[in-house]
Design a protein around this ligand. Structure first.
Ligand code: SF4
Length: 251
């Protein structure tokens, strides 16, 4: 499906005449006029098709994987969907610089790194950064212990992974309920509980750390997190870092 907007926007009247509908309240734009009255938003800029773009952009900003959004939008071409994930290299670099100072270890203790280390000596895996050298070399595709990151000394999450970690905790809880319902061996539920506890500790400490920061700093971190989530999600599952450290070609 094309995302080309319609050639002429829909009528802009807030109250269709004779419709019997309740009128929309006034919409305000930013700023005031010469009398100090709030400016009204130009309703001609609102038309139903614009909601389709907003819907897609919100998904991209939230880190919905590009192939999932492609399905949702019914795009024929992945290139069409990828337009919603466009992030400049400059914005990525700024986001990395911001978030590299707020990296934690697997216990939730601060483990800040330089921007260079974040980009070159770690790789994005589903629930955080990974610094295990062979996995970094493989672009995050070769975890030796099946992504059980919360129990791994190479795990380095940062605030951009908070939604993914929370989602994973919910998945682990659901798995544990299923295991209990199935009467699975105790070691299965014990292992799941241990993972839930470990991930929960990470996000509790991360949230405590974020809550201790000034509001403006938190807003910058959230903005940087949105940028990196979008960059990762738009990469069609080729996970960050922005560049992956690779050995030189053997001569
Ligand atoms: S479990 Fe360890 S090695 Fe594997 S991806 Fe997670 S952090 Fe990396």
């Amino acid at each position: 499906m094309s995302d080309a907007p319609p050639t002429s926007p829909a009528p802009t009247s807030a109250t269709p005449s004779g419709s019997g509908q309740t009128p929309c309240p006034p919409l305000h734009a930013e700023g005031t006029d010469s009398k100090g009255q709030r400016l009204l938003f130009d309703r001609s800029l609102i038309y139903p098709y614009a909601f389709r773009h907003s819907y897609a952009q919100r998904h991209a900003d939230a880190g919905t994987p590009v192939d999932v959004l492609r399905e949702l939008m019914d795009h024929k071409s992945i290139a069409m969907t990828q337009r919603y994930y466009t992030v400049s290299l400059k914005r990525k670099s700024e986001a990395v610089a911001k978030l590299s100072a707020h990296v934690l270890d697997q216990h939730g203790h601060p483990s800040p790194s330089s921007s260079t280390a974040y980009k070159m000596r770690s790789v994005a895996v589903p629930y955080g950064g990974c610094t295990e050298p062979s996995n970094v070399k493989a672009g995050g595709q070769a975890c030796p212990i099946r992504f059980q990151c919360a129990g791994c000394g190479f795990y380095r999450p940062d605030p951009s992974y908070l939604p993914a970690i929370e989602h994973h905790i919910n998945e682990l809880r659901a798995d544990r309920e299923t295991a209990l319902a199935m009467g699975a061996a105790e070691f299965v539920t014990t292992a799941l509980t241990a993972q839930i506890t470990a991930y929960q500790r990470v996000i509790d400490r991360m949230n405590t750390h974020l809550a201790s920061l000034p509001t403006s700093e938190r807003a910058q971190i959230e903005e940087a997190s949105t940028v990196l989530r979008k960059a990762r999600a738009g990469d069609n599952h080729t996970l960050l870092p922005l560049t992956t450290a690779r050995p030189k070609d053997p001569r």
